[in-house]
Design a protein around this ligand. Structure first.
Ligand SMILES: [Zn+2]
Length: 457
């Protein structure tokens, strides 16, 4: 969160307070839009799934099994961003209630999750004085961060912080490309996708072997996904040099092609103006082909082709001429794939994935600018996800007000946040904890077996 974002948040709060005081009783249920500390207090008090976050971050080490690592949760770093840009790093907690009480008391505008360290991060200075460098990160989920601002050169509907359903397709594509690769190519099972609250998605890979990856291994995985090598100055964003596509890229291409042709072409009007189609022609390194296409398109400028068809038709022209095989330069056929990759392949923030000690915003936080909850996204139904329909803080408060004076523990279930929390539990948390407990049980039994064998010796 930037300072400017927090300052704006505070300005909103003052307006909301006035509106609340001036509102007559009939409007009591209508909670004004906005994000402020008072709303957050209610959210953390009644809706935020503290216990679920604790269970997740404990990975089965909740003290019930003799094989548990009781210090595990207490070595995890949480960081809180408070009102007025106060940033509290290296927060740690020894129990679910400590975590919950601290969140309720401090009411953070943002909660970030860091790594599990070798020792309690809150006591790191004491260990530092002992001289041997023992304070070091030892575990962290493998994470991915995909942000719409990295796609500004391939979307025409919005720019910067804005998103709409048209450009959100790019996030849907990213999930559909990365999720199956994490499962099939790397064998990961416990994967959580989360809406960042504004213009992107986060991915948390939580399998034990993912959490224990070294920084070098994380870098290799991030590199595996890197195809986009473009920068502001190069026209060609993707270069597919080898003769055959890697199996992962071949599978990905099916997804990219489907969404590029069925959605992005028309929704982003990729060929509708000279400026736009020139951007694509610049990716074809054959003067005779580009001038042929340019001539064709300039001629039918006056014709009566509908705007939607123009994009589809012009793309057909490109494909036909590049795949015809009559061009002289070798590898020109690959330009078709390169164009599709350039306009649709996921663009990862590599640094976030590469380093174990990179912090990432916790799921179920609320984005201070949009007021939207960072809800999980079902990768199997990600094309149905609509960021503009995600519950906002004020909507949730309104729903609580409508529900009367409920004091039940499951008040969240009567709000539109209910289905997100139920999805988080059933599709992510429960299977994860089941396999964590099995792992703890197995390694405990193996240890017992080992000590028995040692005794017989
Ligand atoms: Zn858009």
């Amino acid at each position: 969160m930037t300072k400017e974002e927090i300052e704006n948040g505070t300005a909103d709060m003052e307006i909301d307070q006035r509106e609340l005081m001036n509102g007559d009783r009939s409007e009591l249920n209508a909670v004004p839009d906005g994000f402020n500390a008072n709303y957050l207090k209610v959210y953390y008090g009644k809706l935020f799934p503290h216990a679920d976050i604790f269970k997740w971050m404990s990975y089965g080490n909740d003290g019930k099994h003799p094989g548990c690592d009781e210090s595990y949760f207490g070595r995890r770093e949480f960081s809180f961003t408070l009102d007025n840009d106060i940033y509290l790093r290296f927060q740690s907690f020894n129990s679910a209630s400590q975590l919950e009480n601290s969140i309720k008391e401090k009411c953070p505008f943002k909660i970030d999750i860091g790594p599990v360290y070798s020792v309690d991060p809150a006591k790191r200075h004491a260990y530092a004085q002992s001289g041997n460098n023992v304070f070091t990160p030892v575990e962290k989920e493998l994470v991915f961060d995909i942000d719409m601002t990295d796609y500004d050169d391939v979307r025409y509907c919005c720019s910067g912080a804005d998103v709409c359903l048209k450009c959100w397709t790019l996030m849907t594509i990213a999930i559909k490309v990365i999720d199956p690769a994490l499962r099939d190519d790397f064998g990961f099972n416990h994967i959580l996708w989360v809406y960042s609250g504004r213009r992107g998605v986060h991915c948390w890979v939580c399998d034990p072997k993912a959490r224990r990856l070294t920084n070098e291994q994380r870098s290799s995985i991030a590199e595996y996904f890197r195809v986009y090598k473009g920068n502001e100055n190069s026209q060609k964003k993707v270069s597919l040099t080898s003769s055959a596509l890697h199996p992962f890229l071949l599978r990905s291409y099916k997804v990219l092609e489907e969404f590029f042709e069925g959605n992005l072409l028309s929704n982003q009007s990729l060929f509708s103006t000279e400026e736009r189609y020139e951007k694509i022609l610049e990716m074809i390194p054959d003067e005779s082909i580009t001038s042929e296409l340019r001539g064709k398109w300039q001629d039918n400028k006056k014709s009566s082709i509908s705007k939607e068809n123009i994009n589809v038709d012009r793309w057909k022209h490109v494909k036909k001429i590049l795949k015809s095989g009559k061009q002289k330069a070798p590898g020109l056929g690959k330009c078709v794939e390169e164009i599709v990759f350039s306009f649709s392949y996921p663009r990862l923030d590599m640094e976030v994935s590469k380093h174990m000690n990179h912090l990432l915003k916790a799921p179920f936080c609320i984005h201070p600018k949009t007021g939207r909850v960072c809800v999980p996204i079902d990768p199997n139904r990600c094309e149905e996800f609509d960021p503009t329909a995600v519950p906002t803080l004020s909507k949730l408060l309104e729903e609580i007000n409508m529900g009367g004076l409920g004091t039940d523990d499951d008040e969240w279930d009567r709000t539109s946040l209910g289905k997100s929390i139920r999805f988080f539990r059933s599709s992510f948390l429960q299977p994860l904890l089941k396999s964590c407990k099995e792992e703890i049980e197995n390694s405990y039994n193996a240890k017992l077996q080992h000590s028995k064998t040692s005794l017989t010796w």
